[in-house]
Design a binder for this molecule. Structure first.
Ligand code: MG
Length: 114
């Protein structure tokens, strides 16, 4: 995956339409949440046992919603001038401290329950 050219394409799409003016943290974070809800809607009211079949049937729709989420996340990162790799690494470091391997391996408990 060539992330740099993808991010350039996203920025070009926005700038060709002069939409940067509409991009603020409040609306971008709302748009991100709305797109996440659209992804969740793909699985709404189905049994856990039906998830794999649903993914097969609706793969294109699911991929589109994931792409919407990624695009809005990129716009938010761009507007807030976040160094995303650095932010991710910082968060991973925090999570390593919260979820030590010896206590969290193989279970899904929240760190407060370990
Ligand atoms: Mg969508």
């Amino acid at each position: 995956m060539d992330l740099t050219s993808t991010l350039t394409a996203i920025r070009d799409f926005r700038d060709e339409r002069d939409w940067r003016q509409f991009h603020n943290p409040k609306d971008l974070s709302a748009a991100l949440s709305i797109e996440a809800a659209e992804l969740m809607e793909c699985f709404l009211w189905i049994d856990k046992s039906e998830v794999d079949q649903m993914v097969d049937q609706r793969r294109i729709k699911i991929e589109e919603e994931v792409a919407d989420i990624a695009v809005y996340l990129f716009h938010l990162v761009d507007v807030l001038q976040i160094d995303l790799p650095n932010a991710i690494n910082r968060k991973l470091e925090q999570n390593r401290a919260k979820y030590p391997v010896d206590k969290s391996r193989g279970n899904a408990k929240k760190y407060t329950e370990l």
